[in-house]
Design a protein around this ligand. Structure first.
Ligand code: HSE
Length: 318
């Protein structure tokens, strides 16, 4: 653990930002992070907040706002050494998150992101930049929130990954499970949106792009480097209730030579066939362990905040 005082700048104070603020405030002592503080927050709606008190979330809930400041100036003028990027997802250009991450890394700040855009579309450039600057670019929250996924490999030194397969989108798994139980597609989608699982634009979920961004990120982390733009992606719009009852799931798969996302009929004894509702699950096949599995929530306020906290602890350990 480093004893240096560290300051954290949060970009974006929506669900994930507020969840992280809450979790960090509650757990920092337990985690030995007394020397870490959230020194600044910037958000398009709430403005620029410095040295927030514990009551911040209540204050903004009752209508308090702060002076506006643009995000790039905030990053450039901030003395924080860790930037948490929690702004909105854009799988076309990764903006504005890409510029936020790049600016922070160029200034020698560690970056934690839960935003899939920058690592899915600009992984190589950003990890190379982080390496040159001697800082970390961490992204646990982009794949299965705080549920262990690619980070399980930290516990398996030397293991060679043969393949990765999983159900990595809660919205589509919720829809397919509801269709098994007799609901139609649009009712199930509406429910998933009301429960807060679906992306603002559900196209990313339903047409497989969200899942594809996650398997792309895993593929980059494993050095397979399948590009998002060249992945074969098929969503769930054409899955029938009968296929759903026969355990058709939206499966993401990658190995060294191929990667895809597509609805796949699973055998009844396939562990992934029993993954229901918004649950996510991943199967990692390695040379030393054969197949290992992890299952849990892949979205949610505190669940995604847990992932950012996991990354923060990793930074604190150097
Ligand atoms: N919309 C995503 C899902 C959120 O349903 O899994 C987490 O990436």
């Amino acid at each position: 653990m480093t004893s240096k005082k560290s300051k954290i700048l949060i970009l974006g104070f929506g669900t994930v930002g507020q969840g992280f603020f809450d979790l960090f405030t509650r757990k920092k002592e337990l985690l030995g992070l007394q020397d870490f503080s959230i020194s600044e927050i910037v958000d398009m709606k709430y403005g620029h907040i410095t040295n927030p008190g514990r009551n911040l979330v209540n204050e903004i809930a009752t209508g308090r706002t702060f002076q506006q400041k643009d995000v790039i100036s905030t990053i450039k003028e901030s003395d924080a050494d860790i930037v948490c990027e929690f702004t909105w997802l854009n799988l076309k250009t990764a903006e504005p998150a890409y510029t936020h991450v790049k600016t922070a890394l160029e200034l020698g700040k560690h970056v934690i992101t839960t935003n899939k855009g920058p690592p899915a579309l600009k992984y190589k450039e950003l990890t190379e930049l982080a390496r040159r600057k001697g800082v970390k670019f961490l992204m646990k929250g982009t794949v299965m929130a705080g549920t262990p996924s690619f980070n399980l490999l930290d516990l398996l030194p030397g293991a060679e990954v043969k393949s990765v397969r999983g159900i990595m989108n809660g919205t589509t798994n919720y829809i397919l499970t509801s269709m098994e139980e007799g609901k139609n597609f649009s009712v199930a989608l509406k429910e998933a949106q009301e429960l807060g699982y679906a992306e603002a634009d559900p196209t990313n979920d339903v047409d497989g792009f969200d899942t594809a961004s996650k398997i792309t990120i895993i593929s980059h982390i494993l050095g397979w480097n399948h590009e998002f733009g060249s992945l074969k992606i098929e969503g769930i719009r054409n899955v029938t209730p009968e296929q759903a009852r026969e355990k058709t799931k939206l499966i993401a798969y990658a190995d060294k030579t191929s990667a895809y996302v597509r609805p796949t009929k699973l055998a009844r004894d396939d562990i992934l066939s029993g993954v229901s509702g918004v649950m996510n699950a991943i199967e990692i096949e390695t040379d030393t362990m054969g197949k290992i599995y992890s299952m849990g929530p892949g979205a949610g306020k505190i669940q995604t905040a847990q992932a950012a906290l996991t990354d923060l602890v990793s930074i604190s350990r150097g």
